[in-house]
Ligand binder design. Structure first.
Ligand code: AMP
Length: 217
């Protein structure tokens, strides 16, 4: 199964991708995670990407397209994957489509998760992530037992630099200007679905599963 999750920052794409990945044993492919790892390792890619990410801007298309093309060649992608945070521009979507054609593959479902700005702001400012195992927490909705410590592995929790209020507004604007049109791009295709991203993690997951299990278009 090849799935694309669309939606603004904070819609819950990463959270849902992890659950879907577990249920169907296919990898979550997150360009944001790949870039953050490169930033942490201070690779050439990471140094270049950081200047864009810290400002809430998109990393240039050619860079992320290259990352995805390499990642989708990995063995674990053969049975499918969940794209989380890619594509984010129509140029990325076109490149993905060309790449898939070359590989004789296609996207099975595109699911757009809708959440309003005020809710996104609340979600993003409270988000915490484990440096070691990447587990996600939220200070209001899913707090760790001990502040700044991961329940799962004991690693240190951190707040993403781009989850500060001033950067969130910029990221949301960038989403509206450069990514929201992907809904029209994929909306012309029968495999596009828009769902509400509210009502709890389990509620959203159930909506996604009903699409994945019952959509045979
Ligand atoms: P995310 O974790 O998906 O919210 O991504 C965090 C940041 O990484 C974004 O604000 C961008 O700066 C960068 N990024 C992630 N995915 C992409 C993409 N597909 N295109 C451009 N920049 C991206």
């Amino acid at each position: 199964m090849r799935l694309i999750l669309l939606g603004p920052p904070g819609a819950g794409k990463g959270t849902q991708a992890k659950l879907i990945s577990k249920k169907y044993s296919i990898p979550q492919v997150s360009t944001g995670d790949i870039l953050r790892m490169a930033v942490a390792e201070k690779t050439q890619l990471g140094i270049k990407a950081k200047s864009f990410m810290d400002k809430g801007l998109l990393v240039p298309d050619d860079v992320v397209i290259g990352i995805i093309e390499n990642r989708l060649k990995d063995d674990d992608s053969k049975r499918g994957y969940i794209l989380d945070g890619f594509p984010r521009t129509t140029a990325q979507a076109d490149a993905l489509s060309k790449n898939l054609k070359k590989m004789g593959a296609e996207i099975d479902h595109v699911i757009d998760i809708e959440v309003e700005y005020n809710e996104l702001l609340k979600r993003l400012t409270g988000r915490r992530t484990c440096r070691k195992c990447n587990e996600g927490f939220h200070i209001l909705f899913n707090p760790p037992k001990k502040e700044w410590i991961c329940d799962k592995c004991g690693g240190e929790l951190y707040q993403r630099d781009d989850d500060r209020e001033e950067t969130i507004l910029k990221r949301f604007k960038v989403y509206q200007e450069q990514s929201a049109q992907l809904k029209d791009y994929y909306g012309k295709n029968g495999r596009f679905f828009s769902i509400k991203g509210t009502g709890g993690v389990k509620g959203v997951f159930d909506r996604i599963i009903s699409i994945l299990e019952y959509d045979n278009s």
